[in-house]
Design a protein around this ligand. Structure first.
Ligand SMILES: Nc1ncnc2c1ncn2[C@@H]1O[C@H](COP(=O)(O)OP(=O)(O)OP(=O)(O)O)[C@@H](O)[C@H]1O
Length: 271
């Protein structure tokens, strides 16, 4: 059995207990897993509560990202590395799985270039925001992850990543997961979120796209229907399938047995 990489989204509605239960059952049956997670919705809530509300930048291509100044980075770390990561590790430990929670900073697991200056659009004009702590993952410390897996530990990974200069950088979890899956030549990459999969007419859940041929996933008919951050998932899928990952599945993490259900082919399967 090959490795399955599972990215659990951080939008509202994720059933973490069901996810941990399912992961534990699969793990005990011998399925090697590597988990990554997000935390965007809880980060927004806690940033509000702490009086440093989230701000988002819209890039010239239409993609949006969180403006990450130093204070935002600290709040991001509290939620991703603290709250969400330890929640998942605890739930897995309760299920008898020896999970190890690590950020991309630890052991330089997820490494990339810091993008200090970010282009964004405001009132139709392109502007530059400086001093951002963001970047995308270019390298994965596969050796460390393999050592953990070989020793029977289930790695639970989270952003931030680390820059080549050693700074913490906010990075997109979906494309980071795609990078990890590619490096491992994983059997499958699951991108689980609070929707049934890629919807042709978001938010109409009955418009689920069931299957996408790997050669077509980057085409406008699919890229075009993904709005906002869903675009990152489609980009991640393109990278993974082109990089040799067996299949990518966009699945639902709100119900019972979310990993097994996705592996059985519900959701949107890219192969
Ligand atoms: N065509 C589409 N099909 C399905 N979802 C879509 C589509 N277009 C936009 N979305 C939105 O994308 C969201 C999922 O992306 P998002 O990045 O918010 O989630 P996540 O991965 O769960 O969170 P995090 O970034 O914290 O990991 C859905 O909640 C939905 O609102």
């Amino acid at each position: 059995m090959g490795l399955v990489v599972v990215k659990v989204g951080g939008s509202a509605g994720i059933n973490y207990e069901a996810l941990a239960k399912d992961a534990a059952a699969l793990w005990k049956s011998g399925q090697k897993l590597l988990l990554l997670h997000g935390g965007s919705s809880e980060t927004n809530q806690i940033a509000e509560a702490l009086g440093h509300p989230p701000q988002f930048l819209t890039h010239p291509g239409g993609m949006t990202s969180r403006l990450t100044d130093r204070r935002t980075l600290e709040i991001f770390e509290m939620v991703y590395c603290g709250l969400v990561n330890k929640r998942l590790v605890e739930l897995l430990q309760r299920q008898g799985v020896n999970a190890v929670g690590l950020s991309g900073l630890d052991g330089r697991i997820l490494e990339g270039r810091r993008k200090d200056a970010v282009k964004y659009v405001e009132n139709g004009k392109i502007k530059i925001h400086r001093g951002d702590f963001t970047g995308s993952v270019e390298r994965v410390n596969q050796g460390l992850l393999q050592t953990l897996l070989d020793s029977g530990y289930l790695p639970v990974l989270t952003p931030p990543a680390v820059s080549y200069e050693g700074e913490a950088i906010n990075t997109d979890g979906d494309t980071a997961a795609a990078k990890v899956a590619t490096v491992f030549q994983a059997e499958a990459l699951l991108l689980l979120s609070n929707v049934p999969g890629l919807l042709a007419h978001f938010p109409d859940e009955s418009s689920l796209i069931r299957e996408i041929p790997a050669s077509r996933v980057g085409a406008p008919e699919y890229m075009g229907v993904a709005q906002g951050r869903m675009k990152k998932k489609v980009l991640g899928a393109v990278e993974a399938v082109q990089g040799g990952v067996g299949r990518v599945i966009f699945g639902d993490a709100r119900g019972e047995e979310p990993i097994s259900t996705a592996l059985k082919g519900s959701g949107t399967v890219v192969h």
